[in-house]
Design a protein around this ligand. Sequence first.
Ligand code: PLP
Length: 489
Amino acid sequence: MSPLTANQQQMLADNAWLHFCQMGNFVSTNARPLVLVRGEGSRLWDHEGREYLDALSGLFTVNVGYGRHEIIDAIAQQLQSIAFVSPFGFPSLPLLELAGKLAAIAPTGPASRSFFVTSGSEAVEAALKMAKAYQRKQGFPERTKVVARRGSYHGVTMGALSATGVPEYRKGFGPLVPGARHVPPPYPYRCRHCAQCSACTGGCADDFEEILEFEDPTTVAVVIMEPVQNSGGALVTPPIYIQRVRELCDHYGIVLVADEVINAFGRVGGWFGSSELGLRPDIVTVAKGITSGYAALGAVIASKQIADAFLGTDDNKFMHGSTFGGHVGSCAAALATLGILEREQLPERSRQVGAWLLQRLREVFADHPNVGDVRGKGMFIAIELVRDRETRESLSQEVQLMEWLSDQLLQHGLICRADDRMEPVIQVAPPLVMTMEELDLLVHRLTDVLHVLGRRLDSVPARYAAVPLPAASAVPPVATPARSPSIAA
Ligand code: PLP
């Protein structure tokens, strides 16, 4: 039986259109959509009262957890004062305060300027336009190319989609914005240069340089990358690559954009992924965690050097904008969110607890024949699934694996993401407030799901017996984290 009334079921079948979703699957009256109706901390409840552990923070978004009245009250209070201020030349008070706070923590430096939008896609779109316009202002109109990574996801608007390196998103919408080029992502587990070495040899950076040279770097306007890439499963960019990309961008005058739509606001530990990995970007794009999902907001944070290029006469301005960009309610939500992140030291908690969780998952799945790699940073972790951990044989040809796995995760009361945009992975990105007991439960449930996967693939129990797990009380306490750079600075 569906959790919806007949009327609601009808509207789902006929009127609603969900994102990246085959709506035909909902046409049958037997369709049983998951209807989430309540959230508290890291827990969610569906329409029928079933409880789930949210190990994906909604969609890498709800960093401070559900049910934060402080954020809800901040939005309400703001809207009671004034519900809308046009961003076309009118500075709202929460927007100003938020821009100041972001400048205090951004990896683009304390004189950064923030341009507010409503989503990650819009942030990337605006950043790419800003970078191209900047190059023109510097006297380089021939610099039009965008270099991104294969397998990366940067959003759905035409510019962001052109930078996106996942073929399934791109096909069917051509011609895309010309000039996008894609380089292989650093992917240590399957790196053709150093997968069998004890450390990164920098071959991925050589690949990047080679493609840049081939394209003629004087035609490249911008390089865009996530410090820790989501699509493909928490691919942490190695230090050698970070350093070389920055050097090459400096050398050739290319703008470097860090897409931190997921990475920022504690997800990978620290305020920003760039700062965590030692990357010095010229522009940072953010969204998702900036309001923890309580309101729609994105931002392009530009260094002083980029922003100053748009000062001067009226015809030198950044010719871009949208009605809801930097909405007052969203800025109020962001200020309250940043306040919680700072007060509860959640970026540091993510760093420490994330390291613990990574280690725990590595231990627990050390002998699982279908777990090839467990990787990530902070509360941003991926488990790469393989047919055979010895040979690293891919599971990408296993029929309907992602659908089956998604269903298994839900059946075990877990909201994670089974993703095969590159190799099949389970993505784990809990709210930064998930308690140690809940994290322990998460590990237990994942163990159960992977045990069932092993059965499906005929590799368990013959070669793997689930490691007995300690009770929640045996989980070691996390040390009180050191203080982070303050947004009050
Ligand atoms: N950039 C990155 C790295 C993302 O992960 C996403 C979304 O997941 C986007 C951009 C697009 O953000 P949005 O879905 O808010 O448009």
